[in-house]
Ligand binder design. Structure first.
Ligand SMILES: [Zn+2]
Length: 264
């Protein structure tokens, strides 16, 4: 049973956010489920493995089920900790909760991505967004909605290529390096996230966006879903990764709370 809990009072959020009324807020699930069809980077040595340890009636007369799972940190809906591309950056277990719970800005580039699957967000796109919705507040998460989650789990459509072990022919939209430098330096963004496989576009060979956010000690979310259903501003993101000691990232259950159920 949900009561009118006030989340903002129990956390020191980086920007002033209105209290969240859990009785009326709509909750969006931003994570894909892990299973046999979970998409991993083409060079990933293994995918998601889920093995049955027990399933059925026990000698004690009660039912019991349990499984083991094994997977690379970076696959499915997951978080990149800053150390992923920056030696000395925070590991996933270092990240403070204040860096995982914050107001979210959603930039919708579905039209641009549909027209060009190699689209990269640039500073002009951010300026166009701010002209309509106002300046992106310091301490926000910026989520980029490309609509790519609707291709999931079709690897060829989602990644642009499905050659096993070969990451040289990938093609999907994402952030651009100049846009990320602007968001980090000029807007004080605390987290970025996207509904494609990477915060660098598919054709990238040197992953500048990963390097920039790593250096700035900013975590990133990849393979999100349903962010195109969120309003451009007003949502609160809660993205809690599995707390792997000294991990470079890991699976995350990400949700967004939208006051009064005001989605799109
Ligand atoms: Zn990753």
């Amino acid at each position: 049973m949900w009561k009118s809990l006030v989340l903002a009072s129990s956390l020191s959020l980086p920007v002033s956010a209105d209290p969240i009324d859990f009785a009326t807020a709509k909750v969006f699930d931003l994570s894909h489920a892990y299973g046999p069809d979970t998409i991993f980077w083409p060079t990933s040595p293994i995918k998601f493995e889920h093995k049955e340890l027990s399933y059925g009636e026990t000698a004690g007369g009660y039912f019991y089920s349990a499984y083991s799972f094994c997977m690379p940190e970076h696959g499915g809906t997951h978080m990149d900790a800053p150390i992923h591309f920056y030696r000395g950056g925070d590991t996933v277990s270092d990240l403070a909760l204040e860096n995982l719970i914050m107001p979210a800005i959603v930039i919708d580039v579905r039209a641009q991505a549909e027209a060009d699957r190699n689209f990269r967000l640039d500073v002009a796109n951010i300026e166009a967004f701010e002209e309509v919705y106002g300046r992106i507040p310091s301490g926000s998460a910026v989520l980029l909605a490309t609509g790519w989650d609707h291709f999931w789990p079709d690897v060829k459509a989602y990644m642009g290529d499905d050659s096993p072990g070969d990451a040289s022919k990938l093609s999907f939209p994402s952030f651009g390096a100049e846009a990320i430098s602007f968001l980090v330096k000029e807007r004080g963004v605390k987290l970025i996230g996207i509904d494609t496989a990477s915060i660098d576009y598919g054709k990238s060979k040197d992953f500048p966006v990963h390097q920039i956010v790593g250096r700035a000690n900013i975590p990133a979310l990849e393979n999100l879903k349903s962010i195109d259903e969120l309003p451009p501003k007003g949502a609160t993101l809660i993205a809690l990764p599995i707390k792997i000691k000294n991990g470079s990232g890991g699976p995350v259950r990400a949700v967004a709370l939208v006051p009064g159920g005001a989605g799109k």
